[in-house]
Design a protein around this ligand. Structure first.
Ligand SMILES: [Cu+2]
Length: 384
């Protein structure tokens, strides 16, 4: 049995870091994750690593066939779709565990890290992106408070990676001390608590390298007892790309591609509640922010309360900060939203909402009818 000891040798945690063993010939490797993606490495039994730790329990997969939360693209070039990402929520593969009178909803997800993909960030500018499931940001994981969340993590990259979820969970599920070597797997399992909006991201060192290349996504926990009102819901992740490796960003985006929503406005309806789950994952710059034009929004910081913290048109966040923004447009038309840090806006972090009046034609015909109805008796009388 080949045991590769992969101690987490971080200077910041040099005292009593747990040692992680990757057990290559574990008989349970028959339980390796397989799926219908075209990434052959994942189905290679020789890569069916399992991780044990000397300081806590063994975490293993169920052996079930798992559904990737999004398609892994073939080849090294990736194309991401911010419009699709915007309103896509992954609720996982759902099962129920009943014990007596109580039953727990289990949500299982597969996240596959890779670090060899090339993305055209801007015309003619290519950048080595590191991705979860082939996208930046990674898929949006969504659960309800109290659900059991099980993340089957596969490191299909060439460097050690992990997933660190924000939220409440045990130490061994924190994705910090247990690095997953290339070809390795790990199963993170925790109950979804508290409700709110959280980032997840790789936590390997050097952290700024792993985050700035794109290994992050959003994790939403819905309140169990009092769901938020129905709304047009969307996710926005603020990020940047340091394409010349000088530790300063050259491009800034929301949802992965500079200026995307300027060229492809987000259509929303007049009078309908819009809810944005906003997360800042920008590396290198200490702050980022979100300004909405011609409107104001209710801001729920971290999304952990049903009572808004602020009514504003501007929120500033440091890295990892997030919140829920709720607003409704009164008037149709195009409206900008952007970082109110001019440099970021002018290097790609701006977009537009196109507010449409869905009832406009009906309203117009109704008003015409109503005007006609009002006028007709007069017209009739006048003609007497
Ligand atoms: Cu990483």
């Amino acid at each position: 049995m080949a045991i590769i000891t992969t101690a987490f040798a971080l200077s910041a945690f040099s005292t009593s870091s747990p040692v992680v063993n990757v057990v290559q010939d574990d008989p349970r490797k028959k339980n390796i994750i397989s799926d219908n993606s075209n990434n052959s490495n994942i189905n290679d039994p020789s890569l069916g690593h399992h991780i044990t730790t000397t300081s806590h329990a063994l975490f293993d997969t169920t052996g079930d066939i798992l559904d990737p939360t999004s398609q892994v693209t073939s080849g090294k070039r990736i194309a991401i779709d911010p419009m699709k990402y915007l309103r896509t929520f992954s609720y996982g593969r759902v099962s129920t565990n009943s014990a007596g009178d109580t039953s727990t909803t289990i949500r299982e997800f597969t996240l596959i890290a890779s670090d060899d993909k090339i993305m055209e960030v801007s015309p003619g500018v290519f950048y080595n992106v590191w991705t979860f499931n082939g996208t930046i940001p990674g898929p949006t994981i969504r659960a309800t408070e109290g659900d059991l969340v099980r993340i089957h993590f596969v490191n299909n990259g060439s460097k050690p990676h992990s997933i660190h979820f924000h939220g409440i969970h045990s130490s061994e599920m924190d994705g910090v001390f247990d690095m997953v070597s290339p070809g390795g797997q790990f199963v993170y399992e925790f109950y979804a608590e508290p409700f709110g909006v959280f980032p997840y991201h790789c936590h390997m060192q050097p952290l700024e390298e792993h985050i700035s290349h794109g290994l992050y996504g959003v994790y939403i926990v819905d309140p169990k007892n009092k769901p938020r009102p129905t709304a047009d819901e969307m996710v926005m992740v603020m990020n940047g790309y340091d394409t010349d490796s000088d530790k300063e960003n050259n491009f800034y985006t929301v949802n992965g591609i500079p200026y995307y929503y300027m060229h492809h406005p987000i259509q929303i309806e007049k009078g309908r509640l819009v809810r944005v789950y906003l997360v800042n994952m920008l590396e290198f710059d200490p702050i980022n922010n979100f300004h909405l034009h011609a409107n104001m929004y209710q801001l729920y910081r971290s999304g952990t309360s049903l009572t808004p913290d602020e009514y504003t048109d501007m929120v500033t966040m440091s890295q990892g900060e997030r919140g829920i923004l709720e607003f409704t447009y009164k008037y149709p038309g195009p409206y900008m939203f952007h970082a109110h840090k001019t440099e970021f806006a002018e290097k790609g972090w701006m977009g537009t909402f196109l507010v449409k009046d869905e009832n406009r034609s009906m309203n117009e015909s109704n008003s015409v009818k109503s005007i006609t109805n009002t006028l007709q008796p007069l017209v009739g009388r006048g003609s007497d």
